[in-house]
Write a protein that binds this ligand. Structure first.
Ligand SMILES: [Zn+2]
Length: 332
């Protein structure tokens, strides 16, 4: 995923721009990401167990969403090794996604395209699950499944976790029929091939938004819920500042009602991600992401983003909140 574009201080000032590589955006005092609310989780972060599949909540506690199944998907994605856009490994990932989705009875469309990148022209593929509804209108969910092009980078959390969640949501939603259609997008090419910029990043989501604009379908999207970097053991999701407020409110209210107020916290941070091309086209959009590198995801964009960082429990909580949010959007 994604890039910090800025960090907001409690004064409201934007303090830095760091689209490039691994350099960090440091906050200086008055940081809205204060540590006080996170202290209960420090010990869990400090002493990770290698068996994070074992911390899954029972599916009956998370609306039928099976955190162990989502975790197994992440393990499978990691087993393909690094899979940046255009690599032989990402072709295997695409086959895996398609075969899983078809096994759930999902109707799936693919869009193979190519993008000019700093590494030349690369083939990419978006995958879109379409679950029909009774009325015009679409609820869109999304994830990216490519991994950042870095040596030994498998992207268990960044690319893997949200994709595992979306696969498990597809298994549940593809058997349901709602008032509105539900679509699930699996984007290629979220990561910058070189340095994050408007033109080097979000290739897949820009492609899909452009295509939906041409077809006219984009105006049918009532809400777009994006997940990215959602698998860490002690997550804290802050309200992403550029996201659509009513939609963020709906998700955060659902999370609070399910008992996850300590995970979906009342702080905010701005992050560039795959929701941007949709926001630019006036689609109400929200990004659920934990990019708190100082506390939660110190392994972000490093070879340490590995399966041992992923918690089935976190995946289940995110899946539960997304499922509940979709239910509420279906009732709106
Ligand atoms: Zn990334």
């Amino acid at each position: 995923m994604a890039s910090f574009s800025r960090i907001i201080l409690s004064t409201g000032a934007f303090v830095c721009l760091i689209p490039t590589g691994l350099t960090g955006c440091k906050t200086t005092g008055n940081d809205s990401s204060g540590t006080a609310t996170q202290s209960p989780f420090v010990s869990a972060v400090a002493s990770p167990s290698p068996q994070s599949a074992d911390d899954a909540l029972a599916p009956e506690k998370t609306g039928g969403f099976d955190g162990k199944r989502a975790f197994a998907h992440v393990a499978k994605l990691v087993s393909f090794g690094p899979h940046p856009s255009g690599s032989p490994a990402i072709a295997q990932v695409q086959e895996y996604l398609l075969s899983e989705l078809k096994s759930y009875g999902c109707s799936v469309e693919t869009d193979a395209f190519s993008s000019d990148t700093p590494a030349g022209r690369l083939p990419m593929k978006n995958i879109l699950v379409k679950i029909p509804g009774d009325k015009p209108g679409v609820i869109l969910l999304g994830t990216h499944y490519d991994t950042k092009k870095l040596d030994n980078f498998v992207g268990a959390d960044d690319g893997g976790s949200s994709t595992g969640v979306m696969l498990e949501l597809a298994r549940l939603l593809c058997t349901q029929h709602g008032r509105y259609a539900a679509w699930i997008a699996f984007f290629d090419g979220e990561e910058a091939v070189k340095d994050w910029s408007e033109t080097d990043s979000r290739y897949g989501s820009r492609q899909m938004a452009a295509r939906l604009a041409i077809s006219g379908d984009i105006s049918k999207i009532r809400a777009f819920l994006l997940a990215d970097i959602v698998g860490t053991r002690a997550p804290h999701f802050k309200r992403e500042s550029s996201s659509t407020k009513w939609l963020v409110d709906l998700i955060w209210r659902a999370a609070r009602n399910l008992g996850y107020a300590n995970i979906f916290v009342d702080e905010s941070a701005p992050i560039d991600d795959d929701h941007d091309p949709f926001l630019k086209r006036n689609v109400p959009s929200a990004d659920v992401i934990d990019l708190d590198r100082e506390h939660d995801v110190p392994y972000w964009h490093t070879p340490q983003d590995t399966l041992d960082k992923i918690s089935a429990r976190s995946l289940a909580i995110v899946g539960h909140v997304f499922q509940e949010s979709v239910k509420q959007l279906q009732a709106k």
